[in-house]
Design a protein around this ligand. Structure first.
Ligand code: NAD
Length: 425
């Protein structure tokens, strides 16, 4: 049953159950203790109130680390409204805790597609000044259904690769109506979140869901981008034989020199025990691949949308389907083979786990907070385009992270600065 709670801002939220809040508060406390950079920023923001009077809508995976970002923006003076960027990654206790802390929330775990869209619409009904998106659902609804409102938005920040691909498509055709910061493309984001965050949390999600050994299995990773590199590296560390599939010859060469086998999916499909798609593309595992897979093959996705493993093809290939265990769906094929889909083919690390480690999201969300402030501070000169995060912000997050770890690095001597800047030696 869904409950409507009233938060401290008097805006009605729509969440599962406000009485779940105590465990949500404890989860947020745990995450916040491992997010030192965001803690430093929060202390600065509490003093300076840089977001006073601003209303920010966030469409992100609603778990503890995201909650701490929402509370950080609130500490900066903003009114914060949240909705989910995936119906299965929402943690109802965390959302309840946010509402108790004065954040307006529209989300519950397992929302139907209609409910999911309704939550996004409700967040937009709050008339935000700026937004933080993950996968482009807020921006998409504003541009498709609410162009007049979109023209009033100051701008926003996008968290993930897939969202930025969509924004760049809109920018190319001239339909983007406000500036967006490409947070995913900052070094301190993709080098850590996509690679080490996805690398660890995907295996966490798969292992806690299946309770099976990884060592000795053949793992097929589709896509050797930043996420795929992390997933492959950790699979190797767990003792798996790793096969990579790619469509980009440069990435395929990288995978080879990193020590992995590379082959087309049609061939890998015969060999794999566990398949993980992480391409941002559609129908990467299809009917012809399913037709040759081993009995008991496990299929999981870590790309943003649940379109990488074709669910229509799985349905069409199977004679029956049943839920074997939470987040494990069994598809029985006519010849008696069984294929298992994890977490409905949605991001396995979030839908069947708690997402990236807090220390990694500390970096991504510190970039989000600083990029949002940059966008608001520069609103007069920013055009409706996709902007890279300025280098100073990337460096600030990197330096604060090192400072929080007590790690020092060398500085250039004057002689070295001169040497690097000259061409006559
Ligand atoms: N699970 C998470 O927590 C998480 C975190 C960050 C990003 N993502 C998402 O993961 C996806 C990948 O992100 P990324 O940063 O690694 O992107 P990326 O652009 O760095 O890498 C994607 C790779 O997939 C390859 N590819 C495309 N189509 C393919 C196909 N049909 N077969 C094989 N390879 C193919 C591309 O050549 C590229 O190398 C995106 O949807 C992104 O939004 C998920």
């Amino acid at each position: 049953m869904k409950l409507t709670a009233v938060d401290q801002t008097s805006r009605p939220s729509m969440i599962r159950d406000i009485t779940l809040a105590p465990s949500g508060h404890r989860k947020i406390e745990w995450a916040s203790r491992h997010m030192p950079v965001l803690n430093i920023l929060k202390t600065e923001f509490e003093k300076d109130q840089p977001l006073a009077g601003k209303r920010i809508a966030m469409c992100l995976h609603l778990e503890a680390k995201t909650a701490y970002l929402a509370l950080t923006l609130r500490a900066a003076g903003a009114e914060v409204v949240v909705c989910a960027s995936n119906p299965l990654s929402t943690q109802d206790d965390v959302v309840a805790a946010l509402v108790e802390k004065g954040v307006t929330a529209f989300a519950w775990h397992g929302a139907t597609p209609e409910e999911y869209d309704m939550h996004i619409a409700k967040a937009l009904d709050c008339e935000p000044d700026a937004l933080i998106d993950d996968g482009g659902d807020l921006v998409g609804m504003l541009h498709r259904e609410r162009p007049a409102q979109a023209r009033k938005i100051i701008g926003g920040c996008e968290e993930t690769t897939t969202g930025i691909l969509r924004l760049k498509a809109m920018e190319r055709e001239g339909s983007l109506l406000f500036p967006m910061m490409a947070v995913n493309d900052a070094f301190m984001k993709y080098l850590f979140d996509n690679r080490y965050g996805t690398g660890q949390s995907v295996w966490d999600g798969i292992m806690r869901t299946t309770n099976l050994v990884v060592a000795g299995k053949t793992v097929v990773v589709a896509g050797y981008g930043w996420c795929g590199k992390g997933v492959s590296m950790r699979a190797k560390g767990l003792g798996a034989r790793v096969i990579v599939t790619e469509i980009d010859p440069i990435k395929a060469n990288e995978a080879l020199l990193d020590g992995f086998e590379v082959m087309p999916m049609q061939q890998a499909a015969i060999e794999g025990d566990v398949f993980i798609t992480v391409t941002g593309n559609v129908n990467v595992i299809r009917r012809e691949h399913m037709a040759v897979m081993k009995d008991n093959a496990i299929l999981a996705n870590a790309g943003h949308f649940d379109v990488e493993v074709s669910k229509p093809d799985l349905e069409a290939s199977a004679v029956s389907r049943r839920t074997l265990k939470n987040n494990i769906e069994e598809y029985l094929l006519p010849d008696g083979r069984r294929l298992y889909l994890l977490a409905e083919g949605r991001l396995v690390n979030l839908a069947a786990g708690d997402g990236h480690p807090a220390e990694v999201m500390d970096l991504s969300f510190s970039l989000q907070a600083l990029s949002l402030l940059y966008m608001l501070d520069n609103q007069e000169r920013l055009l409706p385009r996709v902007y890279n995060v300025p280098e100073e912000i990337d460096r600030k997050v990197a330096e604060l992270r090192l400072r929080s770890l007590g790690v020092e690095i060398d500085r250039l001597t004057q002689e070295q600065e001169r040497y690097l800047a000259s061409w006559q030696l």
